[in-house]
Design a protein around this ligand. Structure first.
Ligand SMILES: [Zn+2]
Length: 160
């Protein structure tokens, strides 16, 4: 994966994540979906919008349990994380019809992780040519209204 793809949003995410009090994922679980941008709650894993997206519909899939080591995931957590990723791809296909996706884990700060002690998987919709304009957009603050609308649309499109 070319460095130029990962660099802009990971830097943005590290910067903003450091400003948070407590764990952003545990806080999201404890809050209201509309406020914390949770799209779907499963039994052992859940899905939320990235507040500082690299592209429209940038989702994160995380275990419910506060776990920072990938090797500590239990079998049913690992399974549900990937099942929810499949559903996320289905919902995003309906809402945004992306041409491709990046799906992956950033483990450790040098690998781009902004939150180190609660692992999460990124689902980033991609379109041809998006690297040409996204580094520019990374500096633009996304309006809360736009994120709320995205959350509503992805949640509504979630496969049952
Ligand atoms: Zn946590």
């Amino acid at each position: 994966m070319p460095e130029q793809f990962w660099a802009p949003w990971r830097l943005e995410y590290i910067e903003r994540a450091d400003e948070q009090d407590g764990c952003v994922f545990c806080n999201a679980l404890a809050g209201e979906d509309e406020e914390t941008l949770v799209v779907h709650r499963g039994e052992r894993a859940f899905v939320l919008l990235n507040r500082f997206p690299y592209t429209s519909g940038h989702l994160m899939v995380a275990p419910v349990r506060h776990v920072g080591d990938f090797g500590d995931l239990e079998d049913d957590e690992a399974l549900e994380l990937h099942r929810l990723t499949q559903s996320a791809l289905g919902a995003l296909a309906q809402v945004y019809a992306p041409q491709g996706y990046n799906v992956g884990w950033n483990l450790g700060r040098v690998a781009g992780a902004g939150v180190l002690d609660h692992i999460h998987l990124h689902v980033v919709p991609r379109w041809a040519g998006d690297t040409n304009f996204m580094p520019v957009l990374a500096d633009v603050r996304v309006m809360p209204e736009a994120l709320a609308e995205t959350r509503r649309r992805v949640a509504a499109a979630w496969p049952s």
